[in-house]
Design a protein around this ligand. Structure first.
Ligand code: PEP
Ligand code: MG
Length: 881
């Protein structure tokens, strides 16, 4: 360390650093250097590198050897260039000391302005500038900032002195204090400093400078900064850099000012120059919000020459960085300086528009445009969202389970939701948790709120599939079905019929109706997605069970169905009786009788799906959930069914109790049903193949159905079920006398399936990784209950993310990779996909690309996100990243 360069100079059109050196100089330092060398007016200064920060912490807060000499050398160079000296009693140089890491951490670390003033220098500054008020104001600001930031004194001490001085004079604004007032305030500030610090306010500018640098480096490890890095996943940085820069003053008088601007509108992306400024102010005054800043159009009117200069510099910076810039500027006595530029943060809408416009303008390539839009950001574009300007009264917060915003009257049952929707009411369905029996109510409702359940709970998965807003696992509310109300933690009671609004993107529950704005699928969006499709390798399918959902997914660009969960089809009102009859039948004959009632309906379902998908691949999964989910629960339901089935209610009740499981997720579900009740799967295969044969024969479709067997853990399970399926399929094919290809595959959703994937591949033409169950069983973590404590785990960083949202690449991902490798060992041409919820989460999609999957499958509204993430994966790979 001692040998390498520690400090980098910039000024007078030359710089030792450049924009590529962000890791070493921080974003601010690298861009100050870059702006200097491209001829943008930047006050000269130097940047102490992040390596020094790293060494400082490695070495018990000691600076590396040679640092002090290098600092002095650079300070001398700066003084020479500026023709002024720090602390000089005639014409003092003043500097700012600012932090700046490679990743932007706004407001998290320390800044000190006006450094270099002391009792002599303030007099020199007053004389030199001919502005004594300005000089004393700068000194009082410096004492305050230095004492707060570098010496850790509480700000309140100084605020009180300032307020008292204003009260004494009967004024409200700081700007009404004159030079004499400020001089007195400085005296009081210094007294307060001495009383607290037990020493005089430091008069040696070098001492001031070093203490300020110590403070900025020290702020890298303050709680705020650590917390911010954790929240924003900022890791792997050496530390912060420190920028020491000669001051320019926006508070010189009415010919000076300071402001912030964006080269395009950060909320709409429109190519308009956007920003605000304050005359006679320093940066902190703009942030403090005491005076209302003016817009750039007023700058144009009042100071047209400066405005023109600013506009030209903005164009120059945008063209140079080839991205929308967020710029800080200061005007000192009619002269314009740039203090910072960086790529500006923007909304999803603006990100898409700016990326597409910049391609049209020839500024960036299509590939760059695709990489400029974050996949997760797209979510904002695909659903209605709350009007950001509307007031809201948040009464509870749950998991942001399915994005979008919706409002309506509260109802507590699916039937009520359906009833209300029929007469045109908008409702929010509130349940402790939902089950497949609630699907019709979920469809009818505008949004769903549940008190229990995680991000892959039934409510969350189904709502995402429907593109409906859902707040799940909202432990802040207590639902009382009997009283037809829920109580929020703060005591607010919401009764049936009261209106609430949900924000599925934040998890917020609000009282009353908050207006929403509809998404716009603009032409820009479509253009960007065309490029996305050109660059990606991974295919994107959808998880859809109905023709309606499939149609939505097709509009979003789905290239097939990767998972049709057939159990949802069993719950429809006319079928549930037949399903219950089938489950409760005493013997095989009884079951078959009931199944024969369901067969034509299932066939109708598949006809609908195949027609909608027009020859694209469709994977249909055979029945998965435990049988008891379909059974009647209340005494009345049991009695009704007993009457239909012509059996005793008590007998039925016994049977229902017999089927109860303590741990249904690990129980009699998936292929275990197919093994013990083969006639159920036979009926489903029958229906799939009849639908396919009919469409091929009579309507000329090209269909290759993919039949998927769930929850396989042992190859023999699959061998048995596969041979059953082939028998039924071939029987249908020969009856229709058509040539139909079909595939039989399985889900890999148990660790044992991944571990023995080479054996399983003997019986499977495709694998689809069911990462919901694979996560559940790898972690031993219930999908439905973990929502209660997972947030705590994530907050404490025990888990980096909710593993049901972002695939756990170190654990579950290893099983996926193993499954792929072993599967391909046995069957090189095996088709590989994923249909767990992770198939629509960007970091997981990138993982799937790297693992070599053929496709991901996700809920319809996430299809564009998965497409964009897949393109990112391919482009990042191309760039060797
Ligand atoms: C899975 O387990 O990942 C899966 C897709 O199946 P389900 O969510 O229906 O259990
Ligand atoms: Mg599963």
């Amino acid at each position: 360390m001692a040998k390498s360069k520690m400090i980098y100079f910039f000024g007078d059109g030359k710089a030792e650093g450049n924009a590529k050196m962000k890791e070493l100089l921080g974003g601010k330092g690298a861009n100050l250097a870059e702006m200097t060398s491209i001829g943008v007016p930047v006050p000269p200064g130097f940047t102490i590198s992040t390596e020094v920060c790293h060494a400082f912490y490695e070495n018990n807060r000691e600076y590396p050897e040679g640092y002090e000499q290098e600092l002095k050398k650079h300070l001398t160079a700066l003084e020479k260039l500026m023709g002024k000296k720090l602390g000089d009693s005639k014409d003092p140089l003043l500097v700012s000391v600012r932090s700046g890491a490679a990743a932007s951490m706004p407001g998290m670390m320390d800044t000190i302005l006006n450094l270099g003033l002391n009792d002599q220098a303030v007099v020199g500054l007053a004389e030199k500038t001919g502005n004594s008020r300005f000089a004393w104001d700068a000194y009082r600001r410096f004492i305050q900032m230095f004492s707060n930031v570098a010496m850790g004194m509480k700000g309140g001490v100084f605020e009180t002195i300032l307020e008292k001085a204003k009260d004494r004079k009967g004024i409200e604004l700081d700007t009404d204090l004159d030079s004499n007032d400020l001089q007195k305030i400085v005296e009081e500030y210094k007294k307060a400093y001495k009383a607290h610090m037990k020493s005089d306010f430091p008069q040696d500018p070098l001492d001031q400078l070093q203490k300020s640098i110590d403070a900025v480096f020290g702020s890298w490890m303050n709680d705020r900064a650590i917390h911010y890095r954790r929240l924003n996943n900022i890791t792997g940085l050496l530390g912060t850099a420190v920028n020491v820069q000669s001051m320019v003053f926006g508070n010189f008088g009415d010919d000076s000012g300071t402001g912030v601007c964006f080269s395009r509108d950060p909320s709409t992306g429109k190519k308009i120059f956007y920003g605000e400024y304050l005359m006679n102010a320093q940066g902190e005054d703009v942030v403090a919000g005491i005076r209302t800043p003016e817009t750039l159009s007023s700058l144009k009117k009042k100071h047209s020459r400066i405005y023109k200069e600013l506009e030209d510099l903005k164009d120059k910076l945008e063209a140079h960085y080839r991205d929308m810039q967020d710029i800080e500027f200061t005007i000192e006595k009619h002269k314009l300086y740039m203090l910072q530029t960086r790529n500006g943060k923007r909304t999803a809408k603006a990100a898409v528009k700016i990326a597409v416009d910049m391609v049209t303008e020839g500024l960036i390539s299509e590939k760059e445009a695709v990489l400029r839009v974050e996949p997760d950001q797209l979510d904002q574009l695909l659903h209605p969202s709350l009007d950001p300007s509307a007031p809201k009264n948040v009464v509870a917060k749950g998991l942001p389970a399915s994005p979008g915003a919706a409002g309506g009257e509260v109802v507590f049952s699916a039937d009520e939701a359906e009833e209300a929707a029929r007469i045109g009411l908008k409702v929010i369905l509130v349940r402790v948790e939902t089950s497949p029996e609630d699907i019709h109510g979920m469809h009818a409702a505008q949004g769903i709120l549940t008190a229990r359940g995680g991000m892959t709970s039934h409510a969350a998965v189904v709502a995402r599939g429907m593109g409906k807003c859902c707040v799940a696992g909202c432990g802040d509310i207590k639902v009382d079905y009997k009283a037809q109300q829920f109580t929020a933690r703060n005591g607010v009671v919401v009764k049936k019929g009261d209106v609430i609004t949900l924000d599925g993107s934040t998890g917020e529950v609000m009282l009353g109706s908050v207006p929403t704005v509809q998404p716009e699928m603009t032409g820009d969006f479509g253009r960007l997605m065309e490029w996305v499709d050109k660059f990606r390798r991974l295919k994107v399918r959808t998880n859809a069970d109905t023709p309606q959902d499939s149609a939505v997914a097709r509009q979003f660009g789905a290239e097939g169905i990767g998972l049709c969960r057939t159990e949802h089809m069993f719950f429809e009102a006319e079928r549930i009786m037949a399903v219950r009859e089938m489950i409760l039948a005493e013997d095989l004959e009884g079951r078959k009788r009931a199944l024969s009632k369901i067969l034509p309906m299932q066939k109708g379902d598949f006809l609908g799906l195949f027609r909608e998908m027009k020859g694209l691949p469709v994977t249909i999964r055979l029945l998965d959930p435990p049988l008891h989910e379909f059974l009647p629960h209340t005494d009345k339901e049991i009695e009704d069914l007993a009457r239909v089935m012509n059996v005793q209610a008590a007998t039925l009740k016994n049977k229902v109790e017999f089927l109860h499981e303590f741990n249904p997720m690990l129980g009699h579900r998936g292929c275990r049903l197919g093994i013990t009740f083969p006639e159920i799967y036979d009926m489903q295969v029958h229906a799939i193949m009849e639908a396919a044969c009919q469409l091929i024969k009579e309507e000329g479709y090209e269909i290759v159905p993919e039949i998927m067997i769930p929850l396989v853990g042992e190859v023999k399970e699959l061998a048995i079920l596969r041979s059953n399926a082939i028998r039924v399929a071939d029987e249908v094919i020969s009856r229709y006398r058509v040539d139909v290809q079909y595939l039989i595959g399985t889900m890999i959703e148990l660790p044992r399936a991944a571990l023995t994937a080479d054996e399983i591949a003997r019986e499977a033409e495709f694998f689809s990784f069911g990462t919901n169950d694979l996560t559940q069983t790898t972690y031993g973590l219930s999908r439905d209950d973990a929502g209660k404590f997972l947030p705590y785990y994530v907050e404490r960083e025990i888990y980096p993310n909710d593993p049901f949202v972002a695939l756990d690449q170190g654990g579950v991902g290893q099983l996926v990779k193993m499954g792929c490798e072993k599967g391909r060992q046995t069957r090189p041409e095996i088709k590989l996909g994923i249909c767990g919820e992770h198939g629509g989460e960007p970091s997981s999609v990138i993982f799937c690309h790297q693992a070599g999957l053929d496709y991901v499958s996700c809920s319809p509204y996430r299809v564009p996100i998965a497409r964009l993430a897949a393109a990112h994966a391919a482009l990042l790979e191309e760039q060797g990243r």
